[in-house]
Design a protein around this ligand. Sequence first.
Ligand SMILES: C[S@@+](CC[C@H](N)C(=O)[O-])C[C@H]1O[C@@H](n2cnc3c(N)ncnc32)[C@H](O)[C@@H]1O
Length: 410
Amino acid sequence: MTGPTFEVFSLFPAAISSFLEFGLIGRALSEGRVAVHCTDFREFTSDRHRTVDDAPYGGGAGMVMKIEPVVAAMEAVEAARGPMHRILVTPSAPRFDQRAAERLASLPRIGVLCGRYEGIDDRVREAYVDECISLGDFVLNGGEVAALAIIEAVARLSDGVLGNPESAVGESFAAVSRGPWLEHPHYTRPPDFRGLRVPDVLLRGDHLEISRWRAIKACQRTWQIRPELRGTRVLGASRPLLLALDFRGAGEISQKDLAVQAARLGLPVLTLGPGSPLRDLKALRRSVRREFCGPTPQILGLSALETAPEILTQAGEVLDRLEILAGDQPDGSSGPLVLLLPCGGKIDPDVDACYAPSKTQAEEAGIELASSLGMIESSQPWPPGGVVYLAAAALAHLRGAPVGPKRVNL
Ligand SMILES: C[S@@+](CC[C@H](N)C(=O)[O-])C[C@H]1O[C@@H](n2cnc3c(N)ncnc32)[C@H](O)[C@@H]1O
């Protein structure tokens, strides 16, 4: 046996065993990779009517499951087959998730108590179980579905339960080095169903391109649907950071003023375009690379103009995206980060990612940061030539600095 043995305690054991006949879990059971025993609480009653429930003390609707059959059932099973990690499934408990499944997968024997009615007498929770688990923020009629969910999530982590062990690698919520993700989308034949086409990149067969596409899709999905999975992510203080003012197409703009303002953000400032030896992003990358004697820099376009092909508005997503792209570089490292400001109003499509803190965030963070650096009075509205304040906002977000006077910390 490679996985744990489950002991399920229920008033409807047949509901558990019938579900377990099917699919991969059914096969794992018949091959002896995991084992599930079901015990009926009613077998441990002592009265003629095999009573398992009684009215609640203090009154109120519904019945409560009695403590005696529950404890007697657990003790009899442990006496016969050995001790187990005892779990009570109940809505009033921490929610079950992939981390919990991984933790339980390392245990040899797991007991799951399924309640019915209003639940099991709370003295069981207080004195007879090791932990309580909820399936989610909703109420089921009984604990059997929760027990089955736990069994399936835990069992599929055991060797040999999944047909292809690779299937579990990189799945949603998996403990991968970058932290939990929602998985990328999947498609199969036909390539075109009533005009719904499978993305071309998957049909071309370039594996590097496909793995980058999948990583980016997983990143997008996670940030759109479950941003809290990624937690707070900030740019490491040791990562070299530069500003680049892109004056290509800038017209009348006062280049010197902007450069002076930008320098007050405390970062080295490069300029691109008229009067600069740096004509384009290629030259910019080359120059920064030479300067830092190492990895290719990443260039983050900053724009509130929404002219870029894809704009990211959350700092954490920007950092994830840059990390994915850096992972594809031959040296696998993340070099200096250049924040490119489009003083001419257009974002170069060759940037590695484009970041536009939302207008409100940008105003708040940019103005607070700029005022804390003495660049403007905090009462001043969003100033003209606001690209520098956009850089200030981006910087504040990427460094995880809270917005507010005197709290900005670069
Ligand atoms: C009707 S429920 C009892 C709900 C309980 N009175 C409450 O409001 O929290 C009966 C049993 O279903 C199971 N159950 C219901 N919802 C659950 C959930 N979200 N997670 C785990 N078990 C659940 C528990 O075993 C519970 O004892």
